[in-house]
Design a protein around this ligand. Sequence first.
Ligand SMILES: Nc1ncnc2c1ncn2[C@@H]1O[C@H](COP(=O)(O)OP(=O)(O)O)[C@@H](O)[C@H]1O
Ligand SMILES: [Mg+2]
Length: 282
Amino acid sequence: MNTTAPAQAASTGEVALRVESLGRQFAGVKAVDGVTLSVSRGARLGIIGPNGAGKTTFFNMLSGELKPTSGRIEMFGQDVTRLPAHRRVALGLGRTYQVTRVLHGLTVRENLTVAVHGLSRSKLGLLRSWRAYRRQMEQVEELAASFGLENRLDVLAEALSHGEVRQLDVCLALALKPSILLLDEPAAGLSPAERVDIRALLNRLPPELTLILIEHDMDVLRSAVDEIAVLHHGEYVARGSVAEIQQNELVRELYLGKQAEGAELPKETALNAGTESGGGLV
Ligand SMILES: Nc1ncnc2c1ncn2[C@@H]1O[C@H](COP(=O)(O)OP(=O)(O)O)[C@@H](O)[C@H]1O
Ligand SMILES: [Mg+2]
């Protein structure tokens, strides 16, 4: 049951992201096959699907790291299909990756400073005025404080726990003040306690932010999103509330079918998730 729907989401009806017939082939394999969907500003959309369903490929096309073989992508009504990744970032697209971008050898403060500084692509760089520099330092501290890392600012990244690295990863993406944030499996491989921290972080995201979250853990999804879209073999097969998707016959068959084939499912799949609370897809 979707009893813990995110309280902060503030969908306005304005379309933040729209994709039409989006596709990508790799040597004849349709990794993403004609996906059409739209996401309103402030909406929180989860994306699930078995391994190899095309979720990460879909994100890579949204962020501009991968060229689609067909289709169109719009951000706030603007066609961005052919824009390079950095132009999409400038238009408000932020993301994290399945592999962390946190820099070792730097403290949390330094990692965040690099990210916040990246926002002001000023040619003067660090020679900017002291006032601007002070503002950046304040931003770093505000960002860390909003996401529970304020006591870890001077800790080296390599000394952080696995969960804290994930939190920092999300903070790095937020440093660029995105309007649309794409998170690729932020809770994968985390302990149950660390998942609780990630859930808390997701619930603290700015209400106007549009969130698209690839995640297998139904507990994380349940607390962070209002809707789930399902990909299977690159195709967009279902969309609905968390409760609807959990009860969706087709979705259940897809996961059960996958299990019946003896395919290896990651630890956090919807099927296995929810062991803490008894949730999960089945
Ligand atoms: N760079 C690539 N080259 C060739 N095939 C790829 C590449 N990236 C992904 N694929 C294939 O595309 C399909 C979808 O992969 P992916 O998007 O990573 O799925 P998911 O994130 O849902 O697990 C898989 O069959 C995968 O092997
Ligand atoms: Mg993936």
